[in-house]
Write a protein that binds this ligand. Sequence first.
Ligand code: G3P
Length: 217
Amino acid sequence: MKFFVDTADVNEIRELNDLGLVDGVTTNPSLILKSGRAILEVTKEICGIVEGPVSAEVAATDYETIMKEAAVIAKIADNICIKLPLTLDGLKACKNLVSDGHKTNVTLCFSANQALLAAKAGATFVSPFIGRLDDIAIDGMDLIREIRQIFDNYGFETEILAASARTVNHIKEAALIGADVVTAPPATLKALVKHPLTEAGLATFLADWAKTGQKIG
Ligand code: G3P
């Protein structure tokens, strides 16, 4: 499973990348707003930090303008991935951008039918949003399960990029189902390492080691 970090905070990205945990980065207009920085400038910096795909989202909704914005985004770096809305215009743009050799991430996916369309449009990634379905009392993991089954039925190469992953359980469940990628906030990725028994066991080992009076080296 690939881990993408869902942020435009370059300091958080650097910290996780130094841990060897980052296979890519996803951003969106809300994350760009939160960063307080210009999209082209911050995205270029992010592309220079990580080797994997960095998703930057168009803001337009009509096909012509999406394609113009995509052309600007595509020039940022070789590891850029153009993020497109799951609309008819977004899917048309996806088809053409993929034909031109660009990586694409079709986002704001909330149904298996939408994911099927993204795969037929040749999307590199499709981003089903787990957390936002949970927010309206629909099990977001069911969507990941349905998409996995459909994509496997037909051998679609589009990668399932489980997004809006808010908890470590979302990540575990997505991995059990077989999502290709999960994108999550830095804190959620870091929380994966935490377990109270690990912390308690380490404290006991350190206390007992201190009693030995020994040093290694
Ligand atoms: O990549 C999509 C992600 O940023 C959405 O997360 O928590 O706003 O639903 P959230």
